[in-house]
Design a protein around this ligand. Structure first.
Ligand SMILES: Cc1cc2nc3c(=O)[nH]c(=O)nc-3n(C[C@H](O)[C@H](O)[C@H](O)COP(=O)(O)O)c2cc1C
Length: 199
């Protein structure tokens, strides 16, 4: 029995939109392989944008804000698998997703010298992740930096980013539901992610 925990984090402000639907497919796939899953919709949490006070370099945690991230940090630490999904907004991730990613800054260990080397408190723990983005346009260029904006920070935090998944050509709320193949692919990607923890 694969008892790994997988956390799915959705960054769409639009309830029941395309990101929500795809995130559900990824998580159902992970559950089919025996993983325990938890879904977090960032729109339900109050997450202040990081103000760059740098206090977490010393404190190891965010001392500036006592907001929704307080509930999310333990979930992140506990889940060895992470699925991050965001619609493309102006060639990038949504503002709530960006705020969430920036607030992962306390997980870095920084050296005193600046600029200097850094490591991650989440590193070397076999953490694995999937990232995905949805956009209206069909041309991949129209997603701009969204996929890299999700994947690069996770890699720096010590996650093995296994798959970068795209859903172009989805505009209307729920449009992705009509694409059975894509939903199946998301299910399979979630299943594979969970299975990798069992190996
Ligand atoms: C503020 C805003 C900016 C957007 N920027 C882009 C964009 O740069 N490229 C694109 O193809 N689609 C863009 N879109 C369309 C959304 O990515 C698309 O509607 C997506 O399906 C929304 O996902 P959701 O249903 O999960 O919220 C934008 C939508 C909004 C509201």
């Amino acid at each position: 029995m694969n008892e790994v925990k997988i956390l799915g984090v959705g960054g769409s402000p639009r309830k029941d939109g395309n990101t929500d639907i795809l995130l559900d497919s990824f998580l159902k796939g992970a559950e089919s392989a025996g993983a325990e899953t938890k879904k977090v919709q960032l729109r339900k949490y109050s997450i202040e944008p990081c103000i760059g006070c740098e206090a977490c370099r010393k404190a190891g945690t965010c001392t500036q804000f006592h907001d929704g991230m307080g509930q999310l940090y333990p979930e992140i630490e506990e889940a060895k698998g992470l699925i991050l999904g965001s619609p493309t907004y102006n060639y990038n991730v949504t503002a709530p997703m960006k705020a969430f990613i920036d607030r992962l800054y306390p997980y870095y260990n920084f050296a005193d010298e600046r600029p200097g080397p850094y490591s991650s408190k989440l590193g070397n723990q076999g953490r694995k992740a999937l990232v995905f983005t949805v956009c209206e346009q069909v041309k991949i260029e129209e997603m701009g930096f969204a996929l890299e904006a999700l994947g690069m920070p996770l890699k720096a935090l010590g996650y093995d980013v296994l798959d970068k998944f795209i859903a172009p050509g989805c505009f209307e709320k729920g449009a992705v539901s009509k694409d059975g193949d894509l939903l199946k692919k998301a299910f399979e990607a979630g299943r594979k992610l969970a299975e990798l923890f069992g190996e």
